[in-house]
Design a protein around this ligand. Structure first.
Ligand SMILES: [Zn+2]
Ligand SMILES: [Zn+2]
Length: 404
């Protein structure tokens, strides 16, 4: 892997305000500190204390929500709307394979999704916003725990993060490895998929493997169900609308000569549109039930809706793109593809106008190419100041123009 260049020999061309440029070193130091001390969902105790300490130095009042969530408030003291800037805080149960000086010090845990950088960027943005002063209204700083499959966003909403003061606009960004460093995106409409999870128990009649005619074999039924489920997306869903159906786990049996009484399958569905989501759920149930019945078995299905799709408010996405263009230039604000991954920022976006932006962070010249959740995941840190700038300008321009 090529040596990483010194951190400010950047290929990232970003127009930074002097206040943000002055924090270019600090945002990297913050990110590296958090990177070395990763904590997984709802165990972000040290991360929360670190955030509180930083905000306390800035004289920004904070409160705790849902244990490790930290919410800060910058209040102009003048009338105006409230914008919420959100950073997720949690790491993943991944053993880091990077060997750089700031690699994870917590065995089996790693910031392999980039949430370390989200915290660092939002802390620096808070510093600039507090020191510059707001034109009106308020900025709520939402440091959210448990994004990775733990629905910390849902927990924060239930705990009232969108109230007192009431949030008018929620904004977040994700460092994004599918995109080159120096590029930004804020999509119109759906950008992260709805996430559903299902478990299908296929119940047959067990017996001796040499006498299949005296059993109802759930292994054969499960195999047929997997095959038939793969017709749902290809035959039932409108080809112009995205959907993923993956059977990710199949388990049955204990020995070569026993037909087991049961087989269990688990999988996930990813969609963007409500009608497609409903259709796929209905078809999974019907295809499984009827396939099993044809083979003398029955099914018990547990279908759980985990998260809705993250859907950007179109007018506000355009507003954010306009600001991103000022920072990285019009040709670097790109039409990224929506992701079939899930994101619990949807919990906010379902309730208030919201934008979830991508900040490109891939840099093949530095060997930074590994995808999110990979043990060698890394980001080009040169993009961090531009993310701080995006937070700051989105907040300042939104508040100076009032509700849009
Ligand atoms: Zn992730
Ligand atoms: Zn993430």
């Amino acid at each position: 892997m090529p040596q990483r260049k010194s951190r400010f020999s950047s290929m990232v061309k970003a127009k930074l305000s002097p206040e943000v440029a002055a924090l270019a070193g600090e945002v990297v130091e913050l990110r590296r500190h958090i990177h070395q001390h990763p904590e997984v969902a709802f165990q972000e105790h040290e991360t929360a204390k670190f955030i509180e300490k930083y905000l306390k130095q800035l004289k920004i009042p904070t409160k705790r929500l849902v244990g490790t969530g930290v919410v800060g408030l910058i209040d102009s003291g003048k009338p105006g709307p409230t914008i919420m800037l959100r950073a997720d805080m949690d790491a993943l149960p991944v053993t880091e394979e990077n060997t750089h000086s700031y690699a994870s010090k917590n065995p089996g845990k790693m910031h392999a999704c980039g949430h370390d950088s989200h915290v660092a960027m939002l802390l620096c943005a808070a510093k600039v916003l507090k020191q510059t002063g707001l034109p009106g209204g308020k900025v709520k700083l939402c440091f959210q725990p448990g994004e990775e499959g733990a629905d910390g966003g849902g927990a924060m909403v239930k705990a009232g993060v969108l109230n007192n003061p009431k949030v008018d606009f929620a904004f977040a960004m994700h460092v994004w490895l599918p995109m080159e460093a120096g590029k930004m995106a804020a999509l119109n409409g759906p950008c992260m998929a709805a996430v559903d999870e299902f478990t299908i128990d296929v119940i047959g009649v067990g017996g001796h493997a040499a006498y299949p005619h005296k059993s109802a074999d759930p292994v054969v039924a499960a195999a047929a169900i997997v095959g038939n489920l793969h017709t749902v997306v290809s035959r039932d869903v409108n080809p112009l609308l995205p959907a993923v159906l993956t059977v990710a786990s199949v388990n049955a049996g204990t020995a070569f000569n026993i037909i087991p009484p049961k087989a269990t399958m688990k999988g996930t569905v990813r969609t963007f549109h409500r009608d497609v989501r409903n259709l796929v759920e209905r078809r999974i149930k019907s295809v499984s039930r009827n396939t099993a019945r044809a083979l003398g078995c029955k099914v018990e299905i547990d279908f759980r809706r985990m998260l809705g799709a993250t859907v950007n408010n179109r007018a506000k996405a355009e507003f954010v793109r306009g600001i991103a263009k000022q920072i990285v230039g019009a040709r670097n604000v790109v039409d990224a593809e929506p992701s079939m991954g899930g994101e619990d920022f949807s919990r906010y976006a379902e309730r208030v106008p919201s934008v979830f932006a991508y900040v490109g962070a891939k840099n093949p010249a530095k060997g930074i190419v590994y995808p999110h959740h990979h043990p060698k995941f890394d980001i080009d840190e040169d993009v961090l100041p531009s993310g701080v700038e995006l937070h700051v300008r989105v907040a300042m321009e939104y508040l100076s123009r009032g509700k849009r």
